[in-house]
Structure formats: structure tokens, C-alpha cells
Design a protein around this ligand. Structure first.
Ligand code: SAH
Length: 467
């Protein structure tokens, strides 16, 4: 983030702008939304600026900016649309301590003005670091359409009611009250008129004061393979409602960002061969927080029911009398197979598919090797990187064809997804060469669709990375 967004208090401050043309007009329309005192320097201002000055909305000074004019101002806009003049005025402003923006000159500006969606007191500021004004405009248009015009008045009336709402216990009860107000009772009341909202708030508070606190609960949520767009709507809702999120190492940062801002985030990272939180401790964390009446989201990568030690956590909930439910997610095998353009099953090739683990609690995991070594078998091997040489050895001992395709998919669904195409004969060497550092899935019996033809022609042609 090159530019960090903040909201500036300007009621006791001033903003100075040099310029009187189109660029100045565009900026002034935005700036006049603030409570700052605005001073415009322009020798030949547009009529609109003259009118605003006559209405007392800004102070117009009909001469070029000179030394001393920016003293004490918070912000300065160089908007003369003249490179030399902008440079001159910006230098004065900088020397006098204001933050400087030069219109249409990102490189020499100290700050940028975002696109704004105004539902005062709710303000959305959109910035793209100057990279894509078109995108900022599109997002703005989208939000303008999505946020009802009544949001502003609702928020203003709600703000005045905050003290009253403190009659509700802190935390969940109060949150539920505001949730009801903003998304249900409030919009319904304001549709009948702004004067109906106060009574609706009183009514809502009485109803909420009579409610009993909801008991704690655990949602075991699959976070999918990493791409936030592969979260289910239910997963998003659970994250929105969470008081506590206990997440695994493989859950991506972009997904954690989606959790409610006030949620307590707990890293229960378990690395196959690195430092880890013991399972007992994770179980205790879950039941402790739910026992305190919190909505707990236990967030696991992929699908929580696949190699996730889910049952141990469910049993801990049961033993502690805590209610729970499962929200399914997209397992990494589904994302990885999509990434290579194949399907997991195929008529005439394989009528079943196995999900295997490369290692279990005892070490490298033993499997039905003689079955797996047969032609046409498809398996997705999780946690398989370190076990690759072992798997290769076992398959070859049991008579597997060396030319059988093997594909490694690292970081499936993420922007840094990598596909390494190989065969049983060379899988261990190919993996070592590829040096995959992220989570990877190994497909036995599947080649990337794009490479399938080549593989049939020459099984050795493919011992290279595809992407
Ligand atoms: N519950 C998870 C699997 C947990 S075991 C799921 O359903 O996907 C962890 C293993 O999952 C990793 O060792 C790796 O083999 C696989 N994995 C998880 N995320 C992955 C991703 N984005 N790309 C490829 N493999 C992934």
C-alpha cells in the first residue's frame, strides 16, 4: 500500500487551492463536502466559483498564490493545469507545511484524493494508487447503487441512540441489536418517514432487552484452497458473525481479512514437520471460547472433513456440551483438478477416485499399493511432497507403468499456482527439481489436459514444468 487511507478532521482547518478552471471545479465540489475553510486563488475563476464565493462557501482571492498564503493550511491543491505554475505553488505550499496534491501529477503529490461514496456519516473512500481511475469509478458506481440513500440518515439517527443502546450487554447482544436496526427495523421505519425511526429504535431496544443471551456455538468451516472467491456464501456468513476465529496455517490472509473486524483471531497453525499447536490444545481453545458464549469459527483449509482431524474436535465439543455444525468447503483436490483442466472421474478410465495422505501419525502412509499400481487409477495425494520418493518406490515395486502420468499442483487456485507434470518413473526427481515451497497436491494417473497428447506420444517429453 503506497498510500495509506485515513479520514482527516478538518473542521478547524483550512484547505488552499490554486486554480480556477475545470480541474479546480472538480476538486472544489468534493472539498466543499468537508467542514474545512476553503481558500481559492484564481485570477480568472469560472462563474461557479464566483457564485460559491458569493454564497460564502469559500473565500476567493483574485491573485496568484504568493508566499505566506498557505501558512497553517492542512492541505494544498495545485490545480492551475499549468506545469510551471503548479510547480511554483506546490513549492510554496510545501515550504509552509501543508500536504500537497498536484492535480494529474501523482509522482509529485504527497497525497491523493480518493473517489468518494457519500452517505454522510458513512463515507466510502476508493483508491487505486492512481493505477486505474476507471476501476475506481466502476467500484464507486457499484457502491452508489448498492448503498441506499437512507443509509446516511439511519447512521445519523443510530449514532444519537448509541448511549441508549448501552443498556444492552457489551458484545453479541449489542451487535445483534445494531444488526437488526441497520438491516431490518431501521430501513422499514425510514421507508415510512424519518420521523418514524426514533420510535422504531425504542421498540427494538425493548425487544432486545427482553432476549436471553444466545449460547456459544462452533462452526467448522471449510475455507477452500485459498482463492477467497472459492469460499461458500455460508462460510462468508459464518465469518461475518464470528466472535472468535481459530484458523489453520494454510488459510490465506485474504480470507482472514473477511472475518468480522472485532473478531478475535487465533492462529492454531499446525505444520507437518514444523512447530505446531498440539491437537489437545486446539480442542481446548475451541471449547473454552464456545463455553464463554462466543460464536466460534473453526476455519480449516479446503474442506474441513478432508484430512482435517475434524472428528477429534467434534468429539471435544460433544464432551463439553457445545453445539456445532459443519460448513463444507472446496477441497484442494477439486481446485487442483480444475487447475489442470481435468475431471476426477471419467467414464471408461476410472470409476472411483482415492483421496490419500502422504503421511500419517506413524510416518509415510501405507496404501493399497497393488491396486494403485494398476492402469487407469486416479488418486489425489494430500501432504504428499515428502512422501514422493516413498510413493514412487512402492508403486514401482507393485508393477506400476513408469509412464503413468503424475501431476503436482502447488498453491491450487491461488495466483501463484504452479503445475509440474511428471510420470511415476521420474516423479521424485521432477519434484526435487521444481522445488515447490507451497502446499501441493499430487495427482496419480492424471496429466494436465493441455499436456495429455504430448504424453501419449512421448512419455519422456513432459518432464518439465508447465507453468
Ligand atoms: N482439508 C484440506 C486438506 C488439509 S491437509 C483440504 O480439503 O484441502 C493439507 C494438505 O492439503 C497440503 O499438504 C496439500 O497437500 C493440500 N493443500 C491444501 N491447500 C492446497 C492448495 N491450495 N493447493 C494444493 N494443495 C493444497
Amino acid at each position: 500500500m503506497q498510500h495509506f487511507p485515513i479520514f482527516l478532521a478538518l473542521s478547524e482547518r483550512s484547505i488552499v487551492l490554486s486554480g480556477g478552471g475545470e480541474a479546480a471545479l472538480a476538486k472544489l465540489r468534493l472539498l466543499m463536502k468537508s467542514e474545512a475553510a476553503i481558500v481559492v486563488h484564481a485570477e480568472a475563476p469560472e462563474d461557479e466559483i464566483v457564485r460559491w464565493a458569493a454564497d460564502g462557501r469559500l473565500t476567493l482571492v483574485r491573485r496568484p498564490l504568493a508566499e505566506g498564503d498557505v501558512k497553517g493550511a492542512a492541505l494544498f491543491y495545485a490545480a492551475d493545469e499549468d506545469e510551471a505554475e503548479d510547480k511554483r505553488t506546490a513549492a510554496i505550499a510545501k515550504a509552509e507545511g501543508a500536504l500537497v496534491n498536484i492535480v494529474d501529477n501523482l509522482a509529485d503529490s504527497e497525497f491523493i484524493t480518493p473517489a468518494i461514496v457519500d452517505r454522510d456519516p458513512v463515507t466510502v473512500a476508493i483508491g487505486t494508487e492512481g493505477a486505474a481511475p476507471v476501476l475506481a469509478r466502476a467500484i464507486k458506481a457499484d457502491l452508489e447503487a448498492r448503498l441506499p440513500a437512507t443509509l446516511g440518515p439511519l447512521a445519523r439517527i443510530g449514532k444519537a441512540f448509541r448511549k441508549m443502546a448501552e443498556a444492552l450487554p457489551h458484545g453479541r447482544a449489542r451487535r445483534d441489536f445494531w444488526q437488526d436496526y441497520y438491516f431490518d427495523a431501521g430501513p422499514r421505519a425510514i421507508a415510512e418517514g424519518e420521523d418514524k425511526v426514533d420510535a422504531a429504535l425504542d421498540d427494538l431496544l425493548t425487544r432486545h432487552l427482553g432476549r436471553e443471551a444466545a449460547p456459544g456455538h462452533v462452526a467448522f468451516v471449510g475455507a477452500g484452497p485459498g482463492d477467497p472467491e472459492l469460499l461458500t456464501l455460508k462460510a462468508r456468513k459464518a465469518l461475518d458473525a464470528a466472535d472468535v476465529v481459530i484458523y489453520d496455517r494454510l488459510v490465506s490472509g485474504e480470507i482472514l481479512e473477511l472475518a468480522r473486524r472485532e473478531a478475535v483471531m487465533i492462529d492454531a497453525g499446525k505444520e507437518a514437520y514444523g512447530p505446531s499447536t498440539p491437537q489437545d490444545q486446539i480442542n481446548q481453545l475451541i471449547t473454552k471460547h464456545a463455553g464463554e458464549g462466543h460464536q466460534v469459527v473453526r476455519l480449516k483449509s479446503g474442506d474441513a472433513t478432508v484430512f482435517g482431524r475434524l472428528d477429534e474436535e467434534i468429539e471435544a465439543c460433544e464432551a463439553a456440551g457445545v453445539s456445532w455444525h459443519i460448513v463444507p468447503g472446496i477441497t484442494s483436490a477439486s481446485a487442483a483438478v480444475a487447475g489442470i483442466g481435468q475431471s476426477l472421474t471419467r467414464r471408461g478410465r476410472n470409476a472411483s477416485v482415492r483421496f490419500l495422505t502422504g503421511h500419517d501419525m506413524k510416518g509415510f502412509a501405507e496404501q493399497e499399493w497393488s491396486d494403485l499400481a494398476k492402469p487407469g487409477q486416479v488418486a489425489a495425494i494430500y501432504m504428499g511432497k515428502r512422501a514422493t520418493r516413498f510413493v514412487q518406490g512402492r508403486l514401482l515395486i507393485h508393477g506400476a507403468d513408469r509412464a503413468t502420468p503424475v501431476t503436482f499442483v502447488e498453491n491450487a487456485s491461488r495466483v501463484d499456482q504452479r503445475v509440474v507434470s511428471s510420470t511415476i518413473g521420474t516423479m521424485a526427481d521432477d519434484l526435487a527439481k521444481a522445488d515447490l515451497t507451497g502446499p501441493a497436491l499430487t495427482f496419480l494417473g492424471l496429466a494436465p489436459r493441455a499436456a495429455q497428447g504430448a504424453l501419449a506420444d512421448n512419455p519422456h517429453a513432459l518432464q518439465k514444468e508447465l507453468a
